[in-house]
Design a protein around this ligand. Structure first.
Ligand code: PMP
Length: 441
């Protein structure tokens, strides 16, 4: 393995130099940036990705959780190839978008009407604008540390850390980028995830001004643990009492159950933003929810409240791929990968005991995240990784990638695809045991 990684380093260095000449920072998304250079993929099939040196690795990242069936699934490829022959985009509506809307709206009870867009970021942005248009209010509430894409309102507090997060009773609206307008910060109310008492007190301070409470039911960057029944019910009740909308970000979590993570809660969101797996491997997003709220997007309304468009919205290639992918992701498939994730978590916890390391695992459905913390974090502030911990996570991930041919999301998170089998889970847990021993001081 050492000669292979040396060789890869050489060619990776060379390619990265070329990339830096033409692309800002050499990458088109910071999530694939790493030092000394990004990894470069050549091809992929099922749950294996092959790099430019010909080394294959088990893929537990699946393009940031978006490939629910892994790579190059034959049925999705067939459907897409047929659509390609008919053209890729028209200045017309298409029937594949209607078929796909029927499929999703039937599957998820809170989806009465839907609109397709091109990314999760755009879905969250469209949701927030729809909530504002419907309520006539400017503010939104979001969880401290939660990632909702790169719309400036949704980005607030995404990088909250001990130097800027402030009083837990009133977390700061921390800007992510330089020169984020003060008006954006003033219009985003930040609440502590799963802390209902504090959250309600914070929301009450802005009652009457909040258009929607945005909540991810299993927020990855907060710590990848589910919203408690009490917390989600409390947010639901507060929004009913205060004329606000309950908005779920299910860009990642739609995979958790057949009906999305929202199927775990009795109260349904008014609006949901989703994306990732519904694109069948192509860029996608969608906002869906109550018919009366979604009317703000309806061009037949006499007073158009929110003129929504997008050159590639509901692109027929994406709609065709998404239809095939979500049809294949039936109840049995969901149950199967959730069971595999349960098996993986069980085996990793055993490896933690054997290696005797302070590690905990959180997650839901087919997703789990490894924390270098003795007990499972239950809040963003508990899950927060100081720099030393981030460095150790990187060392673990590099070891898994180079020595064990395993690839994960850079928070040490796995998002399974249906291409995974028990064999790969066993490989993962053996590799984790070696990895824990490798990083153990
Ligand atoms: N919301 C959540 C919860 C996400 O994890 C992401 C992407 N990781 C987004 C929104 C944004 O989606 P996209 O990257 O497709 O813009």
């Amino acid at each position: 393995p050492s000669s292979r990684s040396d060789k890869e380093k050489r060619s990776g260095d060379r390619i990265y130099k070329e990339a830096c000449d033409v692309i800002a920072g050499g990458v088109s998304r910071n999530t694939v940036f790493r030092r000394p250079h990004p990894y470069y993929a050549a091809s992929a099939s099922g749950c294996y990705v092959t790099d430019i040196e010909g080394v294959s690795r088990i893929d537990f990242a699946n393009n940031m959780a978006s490939l629910i069936h892994g790579h190059a699934h034959p049925e999705i490829n067939k459907a897409v190839t047929e659509q390609l022959q008919r053209g890729t985009a028209y200045t017309m509506a298409t029937t594949p978008e209607i078929a796909f809307a029927q499929l999703l709206n039937k599957r998820i009870p809170s989806f009465e009407k839907i609109r397709f867009v091109n990314s999760g970021t755009e879905a969250v942005m469209t949701l927030i604008k729809a909530a504002r248009a419907y309520t006539g209010r400017e503010k939104i509430a979001k969880a401290e540390g939660a990632y909702h894409g790169s719309y400036d309102y949704a980005e607030v507090s995404q990088t909250s850390n001990p130097s800027n997060w402030g009083d837990p009773d009133q977390p700061n609206s921390v800007p992510v980028a330089n020169a984020t307008p003060q008006s954006v910060l003033d219009n985003v109310v930040v609440y502590p995830y799963n802390d209902l008492e504090r959250t309600l007190a914070i929301l009450d301070n802005h009652a009457g001004d909040i258009a929607c409470v945005l909540v991810d039911p299993v927020p990855h960057r907060v710590g990848l643990f589910p919203g408690t029944q009490k917390f989600i019910a409390g947010l639901y009740d507060w929004t009913r009492e205060n004329g606000a909308l309950l908005a779920f970000d299910e860009v990642v979590t739609l995979r958790v159950n057949y009906g999305g993570a929202q199927a775990d809660y009795p109260d349904k969101p008014d609006l949901t933003a989703t994306g990732k797996i519904i694109g069948g491997g192509f860029p996608v997003g969608a906002v869906a929810g109550r018919s009366d709220v979604m009317r703000v997007l309806d061009p037949r309304e006499s007073r158009l409240l929110f003129p929504h468009s997008g050159t590639f919205s509901a692109n027929p290639v994406t709609m065709t791929a998404g239809y095939a992918a979500m049809s294949l992701f039936d109840e049995k498939a969901v149950e199967r990968i959730n069971d595999l994730a349960g098996m993986a978590v069980g085996q990793i916890n055993e490896a933690v005991s054997v290696a005797d390391v302070p590690v905990s695992v959180t997650g839901a459905g087919s997703m789990f995240r490894i924390h270098l913390k003795e007990s499972s974090p239950e809040s963003y502030r508990e899950a927060y990784q100081p720099a030393e911990e981030t460095a150790l996570i990187k060392e673990l991930l590099d070891y898994l990638y180079m020595q064990e041919q395993i690839m994960m999301i850079n928070t040490c998170t796995c998002m399974l695809s249906t291409a995974i089998t028990e064999d790969e889970i066993v490989r993962l847990s053996e590799a984790m045991l070696n990895g824990f021993r490798h990083i153990k001081p």
